[in-house]
Design a protein around this ligand. Structure first.
Ligand SMILES: [Ca+2]
Ligand SMILES: [Ca+2]
Length: 462
């Protein structure tokens, strides 16, 4: 009898489960994270409840509007059909109000709009639905907001948009796939963009464009303002050329420009390090900046990055630039490509340094640098054995046509391992630089006698 009852229960649940599934999609198994909270939200809750674990609220919006500043709200797994507006600030930068999805990406909703200070969003799954909202998470003219560990997909106008010179915003370890326009758009100062993954941005998203939208594109990030840090992000297949929505984008992994006096401020005083920027779109560029409206783009440090592109690695060729420092990067393009394939395009930059970089398959011109600056200790190689050529010609301790001996290199995008092997000619041939103290993997430089060329310092295995 007991066995029969058990079988009956199993049968009942099997039927129940299969009838709940939509489009034959299995519910993903979300990772449950331990946390202690002051308030709770659950799809089975009720907004007339007190918001305790036993009697949780039903909507995230109720929690946002009701929770005392500086407290932690735990949101249980489930779909919340809401576009949440956070309009009640936390206490201070050390005591933000925390909204925490108990299951990683498991509390899912249409998005968030934040225009108050001291807020921390952690672990949500976000998909903008259009009509009600077009951007996943908007941070508008505020300070000390952190968005971390979220998964933000399929938003027609940016995954995360930071607007109106917000300050001290941290965007950490989020995943963003197939969003329209770009993964992250930043207009702010003193912000940190670290550890995020951005894939497959699209110019014309299948959900369409929000009313009044113009200038559709498929970039990785758009960065404006000063004193920002862009670190250890992985951008792959930006502006996917096989995506039908990418009709005619100008694909840049990072793009910035000068909006003129009082306008949107071109990126300056910014550190860009340890990122992977990969695009195989024919127009694809690593970082593109123009500064033609009166302001100068200045004081950029770009070090220990991997650039894979078709057209240009760094394009600084229109407008006013000063104090641009480019160290220990890899620039990889495609041989025999109709796209330009140059590592850097620098024209009349007032003060720059270009040291310890590797260019691979940048063809036919591995670099294009017009005007004076300090250049040297770079390595240029074409994988078909042809000799690289570029402007200026090789001058200062540079290695030309030497195979850098990567761990693996097949010439593709997103699947090369650029760690150098023990027989690499790049080992100990770089210049010692006070602006570069470690490598892509945060291994201190130098290992061995001197700095290596490229983003990876060779370290013998023990
Ligand atoms: Ca662009
Ligand atoms: Ca070394």
């Amino acid at each position: 009898m007991k066995t029969f009852l058990l079988l009956l229960i199993i049968a009942f649940f099997s039927v129940g489960n299969s009838s709940c599934k939509k489009d034959n999609e299995a519910e993903p198994d979300y990772e449950i994270r331990q946390a202690s909270g002051d308030y709770f939200v659950s799809p089975e809750g009720n907004d007339d409840h007190p918001g305790t674990e036993e009697k949780p609220w039903k909507t995230i919006q109720k929690a946002v509007d009701t929770a005392e500043p500086g407290k932690t709200v735990i949101i249980k797994e489930g779909y919340y059909d809401e576009y949440v507006k956070i309009r009640k600030a936390g206490i201070n930068k050390d005591n933000p109000t925390v909204f925490f999805s108990e299951a990683l990406y498991g509390a899912r909703c249409r998005g968030f709009y934040i225009n108050v200070n001291f807020i921390n969003l952690d672990g949500f799954g976000v998909e903008a639905m259009g009509e009600t909202n077009w951007t996943g998470i908007t941070i508008d003219k505020c300070a000390y907001v952190t968005v971390q560990n979220c998964e933000i997909n399929e938003c027609p106008t940016s995954g995360i948009k930071i607007k109106n010179l917000s300050l001290y915003i941290s965007i950490l370890n989020n995943k963003m796939d197939h969003n329209g326009q770009n993964g992250i758009s930043l207009v702010g100062n003193y912000c940190l963009i670290e550890g995020n993954e951005i894939t497959r941005t699209v110019q014309n998203h299948p959900k369409g464009h929000e009313p009044g939208f113009s200038g559709a594109d498929a970039d990785g990030m758009r960065i404006f303002g000063t004193n920002n840090v862009i670190r250890a992000n992985i951008l792959t297949n930006i502006g996917d050329p096989d995506d039908k929505g990418n009709l005619d984008p100008h694909v840049d992994c990072i793009q910035s420009w000068d909006g003129g006096i009082g306008g949107i401020p071109v990126m300056s005083y910014t550190l860009i390090e340890k990122n992977i920027f990969s695009t195989r779109h024919p127009s694809g560029k690593g970082i593109l900046i123009d500064a033609t409206n009166g302001n100068t783009c200045s004081d950029l440090i770009i070090r220990n990055n991997i650039f894979e592109f078709r057209d240009m690695g760094l394009g600084f060729y229109d407008g006013r630039f000063a104090n641009i420092y480019v160290y220990n990067n890899i620039f990889k393009a495609l041989l025999n490509d109709k796209s330009w394939g140059t590592s850097v395009s620098f024209r009349n930059i007032n003060q720059f340094e270009y040291y310890n970089n590797i260019t691979v398959d940048c063809h036919p011109q591995h670099r294009y640098i017009i005007g004076g600056g300090r250049i040297g200790y770079n390595l240029a190689w074409n994988s078909d054995g042809t000799m690289p050529s570029g402007e200026p010609a090789f001058l200062n301790n540079e290695l030309v046509g030497k195979n850098p001996q990567f761990t693996s290199y097949a010439g593709g995008y997103g699947d090369n391992d650029y760690h150098i092997l023990s027989n690499s000619p790049a080992i100990d041939k770089g210049l010692t630089l006070s602006n570069v103290l470690d490598d892509f993997d945060s291994i201190p430089r130098p290992q061995g006698a001197a700095y290596d060329i490229g983003p990876f310092e060779y370290k013998p295995k023990k």
